[in-house]
Design a protein around this ligand. Structure first.
Ligand SMILES: NC(=O)C1=CN([C@@H]2O[C@H](COP(=O)(O)OP(=O)(O)OC[C@H]3O[C@@H](n4cnc5c(N)ncnc54)[C@H](O)[C@@H]3O)[C@@H](O)[C@H]2O)C=CC1
Ligand SMILES: O=C(O)[C@H]1O[C@H](OP(=O)(O)OP(=O)(O)OC[C@H]2O[C@@H](n3ccc(=O)[nH]c3=O)[C@H](O)[C@@H]2O)[C@H](O)[C@@H](O)[C@@H]1O
Length: 473
């Protein structure tokens, strides 16, 4: 049987640190028997990864402990909102290459490559990451192996975790089975998860032997052929690349939010300033949108886990820096609450607050650590009647904060409002007809907490407009 030809990567000119591929060992699967992949954890990351791997032509089994998630995916329904994923799921289920199960033993026993995509949430009682799910999933893989395999960690973990998981695999894998654990962190963004997975901007392979590297180059042959740089490194570097990337993005956001405070005090406009900064290619315009700050299932918990780990390792400066980033970020939520209070003459008690946006950012229904919902809930606690509208996240938001009121349109949310808060920058809000919304309110006051509305257009439509880091009317 012919062996699969493993493409070699040509590093992009900007990829200064890409390590050239060594002479590659032949990939284990012949061309006519594609690699069998299992993906443990089929949440935001794992479901997308499983579907994308099937789209790339592999035989994929997604495994989750949550029966309802597995049932939904097996029935062609993505249990969350991710643009384009539903179409790709249905397409790949129809090929027979993709299936979902809770039966980890049977899935693992047939697989060649096992991806660990389970959650690593913040612990309830500390800033550290909760690694129970990663340990349980890795242990389940190790125990159920029946043949040589590569175990590929994709979850975001504190540096040093993979080395410990290697020991776990060595202890628990059956004798005679060769199981190699490597780390291949994931950088996808929610809302753009499908494109990010099929066309990543880099592939990081940590701790791979030449054999495991060859297997992963087979898995990622499509993106590599497109020119995606491959960075081959040791396990701790791979783990740290991931959390450093998120820490850098978080730092950039908190930087611009700190500068927004200076802008407000000095009568400058942070949106214009950010555009001007962004023209410098060394800085770049992305992640310079001042406003309510970052939330979601990753940035907040990842910087806190890195803070915690850096402290454990005695790297106190990194920890102190990230503490500042976190404080500035959380302060933005307070700032928006204060602006809402000010708009209601100091108290929101029995005032009506219309909230546009619940998701932590547009194009997702994810409300994990959503700044928008935090602000809505805080105003509710202060006695406001809060009505929230989000084009996609209404259901997930209601599950988390059932005591808030939910509207099915922006018009309904702003009806009778004393103040309207734009907390997630969905297109629908940016293109809303401000002149049509104004008469629906009790007082046409808007706080643009994402810096994306046209202040001039809203003012012309009769609104009293307040933006963070922007010149007051
Ligand atoms: N959501 C995102 O955009 C990205 C997430 N990540 C990282 O990926 C990891 C997963 O994140 P999400 O997908 O957002 O989490 P999630 O909470 O949506 O999904 C995790 C899934 O793992 C399942 N699970 C837990 N224990 C299991 C086990 N022993 N066996 C099989 N399944 C199990 C859960 O039932 C759940 O469906 C985290 O470490 C996160 O930091 C990395 C890049 C992007
Ligand atoms: O580890 C992860 O899970 C992922 O975390 C982030 O992706 P994501 O959480 O989907 O969202 P981002 O697009 O990074 O936005 C994060 C938060 O920052 C906020 N943000 C973003 C940009 C900006 O300029 N200002 C700003 O406040 C967003 O509103 C949002 O609340 C990273 O961008 C991904 O590369 C990473 O893989």
């Amino acid at each position: 049987m012919a062996t699969t030809k493993v493409p070699r990567t040509t590093p992009r000119p900007t990829d200064e640190h890409a390590v050239p591929a060594p002479e590659l060992a032949p990939a284990p699967a012949p061309a006519d028997a594609p690699l069998r992949i299992t993906v443990l954890g089929t949440g935001y990351l794992g479901a997308t990864h499983a579907v994308a791997m099937a789209e790339l032509g592999f035989d994929v089994t997604g495994v989750d402990t949550d029966q309802s998630k597995v049932d939904a995916l097996a029935a062609g329904k993505v249990p969350f909102f991710e643009p384009g994923l539903d179409v790709l799921l249905e397409k790949n289920l129809a090929t027979g290459r993709l299936r979902f199960t809770t039966d980890v033993a049977s899935a693992v026993s047939q697989g060649d490559v096992h991806f660990v995509c389970v959650g690593t949430p913040q612990q309830r009682t500390s800033h550290a990451a909760d690694l129970r799910f990663v340990e349980a999933a890795t242990s389940a893989i190790a125990r159920h192996l029946t043949k040589d395999a590569v175990i590929v960690g994709k979850s975001t973990v504190p540096v040093g975790t993979a080395a410990r998981l290697r020991e776990l695999v060595a202890r628990e894998a059956p004798a005679g089975v060769e199981a190699e654990l490597v780390w291949n962190p994931e950088f996808l963004r929610e809302g753009k998860a499908v494109a990010d997975t099929l066309h990543p901007d880099r592939i990081v392979l940590g701790g791979t032997s030449p054999k495991a590297e060859a297997v992963l180059r087979t898995v990622y042959a499509g993106p590599i052929a497109e020119g995606t740089p491959v960075v081959v490194c040791d396990l701790p570097t791979a783990e740290l690349v991931k959390v450093s990337a998120n820490a850098f993005l978080a730092t950039k956001i908190s930087f611009i939010n700190a500068i927004a405070g200076v802008c407000e005090a000095a009568g400058a406009d942070v949106t214009v300033l950010a555009d001007a900064l962004g023209h410098d290619v060394r800085i770049g315009r992305q992640f310079l949108d001042a406003g309510l700050g970052f939330g979601g299932g990753c940035l907040p918990k990842d910087i806190r886990a890195l803070m915690h780990r850096a402290n454990e390792l005695g790297a106190y400066r990194a920890s102190a820096l990230l503490q500042q980033v976190d404080e500035i970020n959380m302060g933005q939520r307070e700032r928006v609450i204060d602006l809402a209070l000010a708009a209601c003459d100091g108290s929101v008690l029995n005032k009506r607050v219309g909230v546009l946006g619940a998701a932590f950012k547009p194009l997702t229904d994810d409300v994990r650590d959503s700044p928008a919902l935090n602000v809505a809930a805080a105003l509710h606690l202060r006695g406001a009647q809060v009505t929230v509208y989000d084009p996609e996240a209404g259901d997930t938001a209601r599950r988390l904060f059932p005591t808030l009121s939910y509207a099915t349109s922006a018009e309904e949310a702003v009806e009778g409002a004393d103040v309207v808060l734009v907390l997630t920058e969905w297109d629908e809000f940016l293109t809303a007809d401000a002149a049509r919304l104004a008469p629906l309110t009790h007082r046409a006051k808007v706080i643009d907490a994402r810096g994306k509305l046209s202040a001039d257009a809203w003012r012309e439509a009769g609104w009293q407009f307040t933006g963070l880091g922007r010149v007051a009317a």
